[in-house]
Each structure stands twice: as C-alpha cells, then as structure tokens.
Design a protein around this ligand. Structure first.
Ligand code: BGC
Length: 765
C-alpha cells in the first residue's frame, strides 16, 4: 500500500489501526486518474459493499448512532446527511477507518440553502437583490462555514422555476424567471464549489429538484407536473442545465411526476437528457424517499419493482430509503438488475468521493481534532457584516407615499406586529445550523439604529394567526410560533394605545417562516386575518403607517397596499435581518431590490407571470373589451409586476439605442440606454433587458428577460448601460423540439421593471 498521506491524515491515522485496501492519496484530481482509481477499487468490492455505497442516511430515531456504527462496520452506508458538527462527523469517519474492511470514506451532506451558521436572506430574497456579486459572496461564505463544519456536499441550489405563489417552496428558489434563476443558480454553484469541491473551504453542490418541481399543479406540494415539451425545455430545464454547466457535481432527483412519469423512474430525464444530451458525469441522488414513493405513484407494483425501476432509470444513490439495501442484493444475484447497472451507480458515488478529495484525505474538511472550535456556535464563526449587507440588498420597496420613508431618528416610533421580535421567523425556513438566538430581530435592529436618539415603543398586536389548526401545524415539529395567552382584543387594544403615543407606526406582518417551507402550500395567499385586523385598527389611528413584510412567497397585498403609507418587502432576511431592515427604514441604505416574482392581486389570478403568451384575444386596459382574456371581477395583471421595486431616489431611462437595425447569425448587437439618477439621493437600480419575437412559427412570450445589470448612481449621475444581444438570446424550442432562431423582427425592451420599458426593434436575418 502506498502511503502518501496529508498531514492531517497522518495525524489521524496515528490513532487508527492499520488500514486495509483503500489507497489514500495524494491522487491527481483528473478524470483519468479518478477513473483508474475507481475501477481498481470497484474490483475489490463485494456485492454488499457496493450496495452500501448507494445508501445515504440521516442519524435520528430510525438510525441511532449505535446502529450507524454497525452499518459502517459492515460497509452498509455510503454517506450521511443532517450531521453538522466536526466532532460528530469525525466520529463517524473515524469509525469507517477503524472498523470497515475497505475504509471507503463517507461523505457528509446538509441543506445549506442560504447559509450554514450565518443565515442570509432566503433564496427568493437573494434573487430580489439581482446582485450577482452578493449571491457569490453568500455561496462562498456558506460553503466556507459548511466545509468548516466538516461537510462535503450541500443540497443546493434549488433552481425550480415557479409561477406558483401557493407553493411554499418558492421561498427556496430564485423566482419565476428562467434567466434570473439560471444566473443565480450558476453563481451559487461556482461560488460553493470554488476551484474544486476538494478544497478545504468548498463543498460540492447538488442542484435540485430535477425536474420541474416548481410547476406542481395548483402549487400543491408533492403534486404532479404536466407540461408541454416546449415549455419544459424553454422555461423549466435551463436553470438546471446552467448549474450543471457550471460544474455541479450532484443532481437531486425530484419527488414529482413529470407528464406521468415520476422523476425517479424517468430514464428519459436521467439518462437521455441528463447524461447523454447534457453530458453530466456527476451523481444523481433521489430526494427523500423518492424510490419507495414509486409504488404510491403507481408505477411500481412492489418494493423490488421500485428498486429495479429506480436503478435502471439512473438513480445512483438513495436518500433515506432502505429499499436499495434491502432488495438490490437479491435483484442483482437473480440477474434482474445487471452487475453493470449496479457498478455504474456505485462508480458515480466513488467518483464524487474522489472529486471531494476524500481518497486523498478522509478528514479533509475536518482538519486536526485540536483545531475544532471550543464552541461550535461561537460568535466568531459568523459573518455578520456580509449577512447585513446582502440582506439590505434583498429588500424591495413596494410603496412609498409622499416620502413616508425613510424615517427620522427622532420623536416616537411605535413598532408593532407578531414578526417584529421573532428570532425564529426572521431566519426563514431551511436555516441550516443557524441559531435563532443569534438572529437580530427588527425590534433589536431598530434599537441599534436609533441608539437612544428617538423613543421606540413596542407591542406584539396579534398572533401570526389565530387559526388553531394552523398554529398546531406550524408547531408540529418545533415550537416555532408562540401563541399569546391574551385575547386578540387585548392585544389589539395594547397595539392601538401604543400607536397613539407615537409619531409613526412600523408594522411587521406577514407569514411565519413555517408557512413558506416544504409541505407548506397555501390556498389563501393573503396576510392572515389576525394581522389584517391589526392593520385595520392601526390605520384607524390616522398615524403614518409603514408596513414591513416578512414572508417567503408573493402575497396578495391589496389591503396592505391600500392602507399602508409605505410598504417594504423584507422576505425572511436572516441572522442580520433586523439591522438590515433598520438600515433601509432609516435611509442608511437606499433600497434597490426588485421582485423576482409577480405579486398577484388575489389568489384566483394565479398563475400570474410576466412572460406569458399573447393569446388571440389579449386584454387591453386602454380599450377594455368583454371578449378578451381577463377576469371580469378584478383588475388585470399583478399588483406588483416582476422586476418592480422603488428607491428613495428616482431614475430615468433614455430611449434605446441599437448598434445596428439589423443582425445576422454570428453578429453581436448592442442595445444601450442612459440611466440617470434624477432624485435627491445616491442609489442603485437594476436595468433589465427583455426581448420579444412577435411573429414566429409558434406563439412566443410577450417579453422575456435576457439580461440585467445593477448600477450604482450618485445623485444627478448618468451612466450608459449596454447589453450584448446574440443569436443565443433569440433561440427557442420549436414545435418539433429543435432549438431555432427564426428570421424576422425582434422587439427590445429596456427598463427598471418588466412593464415600464423603452422599446426598439431590429431585424434578424
Ligand atoms: C426535500 C429536499 C431536501 C431533503 C433533505 C426533502 O424532503 O425535498 O429539498 O434536500 O429533504 O433534507
């Protein structure tokens, strides 16, 4: 056996019995070296050891530590998720080295979705920043903190495009747009994996949920997806492809069926599209229980059938699903599943372990035991400054009547609302190893900002919801929502009395974080009734009213828009959320975020998305006509459109100038505008480029985002912003599923949201 150990390996091995067959590195991180190494290793493995590598489990009541030790000894486990501290991870990796025959290192994974210990805004909020550098920083810090806890892989980014505000998981994604989601997903992958997932402070990503999970019917969690191939290829698949082209080592196979075929049984998706067309060489991992669920989906008759189908369809590793371990040995022995199919799956697991550098050093993300932090949750391990900066950038100013905001730091301010002082909620769902007791609430953030210069009063005012069933749902697995012992009227009375003493009221309302999570679909997307009653009561005081929204999905905000003087969308803004919101409220930061999803007026309009098809009878608000496409009982279109967001300053956008009136294949046209800060403050905004192919062989969207740039402009400053347009921006999937760019006229729209734009046209030959 060759021993060319790294220092930490040598140190750790001194404590271990002699190793058996695995040749630890350094091995070059090249595909050729990896393939030779893995082929050699596969040749030494028994059937049970191979099947063990396909098993990904979580430590918990079903798999207590002692049972896992036993599995490790027998080579029955390939990876662990949900264990997040260095000592716990080291203990298991040490057991592999001490007890198992082949000593194939485990890898460790977790849902690091918007931070590991420092929690950043939820991904929907990150998308609202339209700030690629900020998102890059989030990815880098998240990976650093995750790797520093000993992790090797994250179940992120989630790039499920979604036009469904009823779906709670829109909070985890980057919104309704294909382009924006692709840019954000790619950025996350590049940032988290760094130069190599083997690096000390990088982790491998596993992009999810493949595919089209964001289009579940009715926004109902775990539901089916049915869509045309054109829409799938044009709108839903590109973000996964972008994340994979950026090098994501993993893909998580979704729970949903797509056009009748559950993803874990979809060999077309996992083999034809993913491996053959996209040339993906990494690992596919089933989402939690997806293999078992093939039976309930109605495509497998029993567990054996489910295992055969999943493996043969291209699911390499199984998450929290003991079926592979239980049924594969027999299926392979009987020749129902071929040795070659099994080896192919195992090879992918070993490949990613190799790429994670685990065969060079099984402890490469752990370092020496002596370097473990004395306190895992130490303040010094957090990145608060970055969290505050990114959170400020994620906020979207939806309304600001007569300059209600920013607030002055004098007089008396009443802060009211069930979300104003909730540490758990401000973190958002999937808050990884982040600790609520380290989060800054809005109350604390405003206290910090005011620093004694004004009087700050506080009252809770209402429960997030008074609906007992929903309270119980939210508190099912953790005590997430505290329900006040007082009656709703007592709380309201206190809030009104508090407001009456103040010059201005800030009201923090919205959703509990658990309302925008996995398994959190809503049929009603308004702010819950208890909070609306509070809003109404405070409005009646006649005090200037600033509403700060905390929520993880587009809400129907007609009431809030009508009653509030100013409205700030703060999402769930993370560990430093309270400071960041206060920065915006007091004008220490000028808001610049833009909506990554359209906000409907009411749930009955859903889906509402900006890049819809034109229809044969489009509704024209200037010439309303009964026989056009609209609902007769509500205004047409969203309350706040995609790409929308105000600032404390104002901007103007000049007419569009094209570098040429014509474009040929191979050319790059430039579309430019001059953006001027016409207001009284410095500020940033996001310039957005949309294209339209108005006459094509099939109906094309009224406009589609094809570029954006965030620009910072000093008061009075003007800048020219220019976008390249080449043939890739004009292509689409035609009726025969060919990617084409058809000659003809194209419209170019540039503006600061998806509606108010300047327009020009060019002809493509
Ligand atoms: C979710 C995934 C997540 C996994 C592991 C599943 O229920 O759908 O998004 O990564 O659990 O936590």
């Amino acid at each position: 056996m060759k021993w060319m150990c790294s220092l930490s390996l040598a140190v750790s091995l001194a404590l271990q019995p002699a190793l058996a067959e695995v040749r630890f590195g350094p091995h070059p991180l090249t595909p050729e070296a990896r393939d030779a190494y893995v082929t050699d290793l596969l040749g030494q493995m028994t059937l049970d050891e191979k099947i063990g590598q396909l098993r990904l489990i979580s430590v918990g009541p079903d798999n207590p530590k002692e049972a896992i030790r036993d599995m490790i000894q027998k080579g029955q486990v390939g990876a662990i998720f949900n264990t997040v501290t260095r000592p716990d991870i080291r203990a298991m990796q040490d057991q592999v080295m001490a007890l198992s025959r082949l000593k194939i290192p485990l890898f460790f994974a977790f849902d690091v979705v918007h931070g590991q210990r420092t929690i950043f805004p939820i991904p929907l909020g990150l998308a609202a920043s339209w700030d690629v550098d900020a998102v890059k920083q989030v990815g880098q810090i998240s990976a650093r903190e995750a790797a520093d806890d000993g992790l090797n892989m994250t179940w992120a980014p989630m790039v499920d495009v979604s036009r469904e505000p009823r779906w709670g998981r829109v909070s985890e994604g980057f919104g309704e747009d294909t382009w924006l989601t692709s840019v954000m997903g790619r950025t996350m992958v590049e940032a988290m994996q760094g130069k190599s997932p083997a690096d000390r402070y990088a982790v491998m990503t596993s992009v999810k949920h493949f595919a089209a999970y964001g289009a579940v019917e009715g926004g109902k969690e775990y539901n089916s997806v049915d869509m045309s191939p054109q829409r799938l290829f044009q709108d839903y698949l590109p973000p996964y492809k972008a994340a994979l082209d950026a090098g994501s080592g993993g893909v998580m196979v979704a729970l949903n069926a797509l056009n009748g075929v559950p993803a874990a049984a979809d060999s077309w998706l996992l083999k034809e599209v993913l491996r053959k067309d996209w040339k993906f060489t990494g690992i596919t991992i089933s989402d939690h229980g997806a293999i078992k669920e093939l039976i309930k989906h109605g495509v497998a008759k029993d567990p054996r059938d489910a295992v055969r189908i999943a493996l043969q369809s291209g699911v390499n590793m199984s998450m929290s699903d003991e079926y592979y371990s239980q049924y594969l040995p027999d299926l392979v022995k009987r020749g129902v599943v071929s040795q070659a199919d099994l080896d192919d799956a195992v090879r992918h697991v070993l490949n990613v372990k190799y790429e994670m550098g685990l065969f060079n050093d099984p402890w490469n993300h752990l370092g020496a035991q002596e370097s473990d932090p004395a306190d895992t949750n130490a303040e010094s391990r957090l990145h608060r400054e970055a969290a505050r900066d990114v959170a400020r950038k994620s906020m979207v100013l939806l309304k600001n009547h007569q300059g209600t905001l920013p607030l002055q730091k004098h007089g008396t301010i009443a802060l009211i609302g069930p979300l104003a002082d909730s540490q758990r909620d401000i973190m958002g769902s999937w808050s990884a190893a982040g600790r609520a007791d380290q989060a800054v609430t809005l109350l604390q953030g405003m206290k910090n900002a005011i620093a004694g210069k004004a009087t700050l009063l506080y009252a809770k005012g209402a429960n997030v919801t008074d609906h007992k069933g929903i309270q119980d749902f939210l508190n099912l697995y953790e005590q997430a929502v505290s329900v006040d012992a007082r009656t709703p009227q007592q709380m309201l009375d206190e809030a009104v009395a508090t407001a009456q003493k103040a010059d201005v009221v800030v009201l923090a309302i919205g959703e509990a974080q658990g309302m925008a999570h996995e398994a959190s679909s809503r049929s009603d997307i308004t702010v819950p009734a208890s909070q609306q009653a509070l809003l109404k009561a405070l409005k009646a005081t006649g005090k200037p009213l600033v509403v700060v929204l905390m929520n993880g999905r587009p809400l129907a905000l007609v009431q809030e828009d009508r009653q509030a003087d100013a409205l700030l969308e703060s999402w769930f803004s993370g560990t430093e959320g309270g400071n960041a919101i206060a920065d915006v409220l007091f004008g220490d930061y000028n808001p610049s975020g833009k909506l990554p999803m359209s906000f409907p007026r009411e749930v009955g309009q859903v889906p509402v998305y900006y890049n819809h098809l034109p229809t044969g009878r489009p509704y024209n608000p200037e010439k309303p006509n009964k026989y056009t496409s609209h609902y007769f009982d509500t205004a047409n279109g969203p309350l706040y459109p995609f790409g929308y967001g105000l600032s404390y300053t104002t901007f103007s956008v000049s007419p569009v100038i094209l570098s040429s009136p014509t474009m040929s294949r191979g050319d790059t046209l430039r579309a430019s505008v001059t953006v001027t800060n016409t207001g009284e403050r410095d500020g940033a905004t996001v310039v957005q480029l949309y294209l339209q192919d108005p006459v094509a062989s099939l109906s094309r969207p009224v406009r589609e985002l094809k570029g954006f740039q965030r620009v910072m402009l000093k008061k009075g400053e003007a800048k020219t912003v220019s976008f390249p347009i080449d043939v890739s921006a004009l292509t689409f999937w035609n009726a025969r599923l060919q990617q084409v760019a058809e000659p003809g006229e194209f419209n170019v729209f540039i503006g600061l949201d998806s509606v108010r734009t300047q327009q020009a046209s060019f002809s493509f030959r």
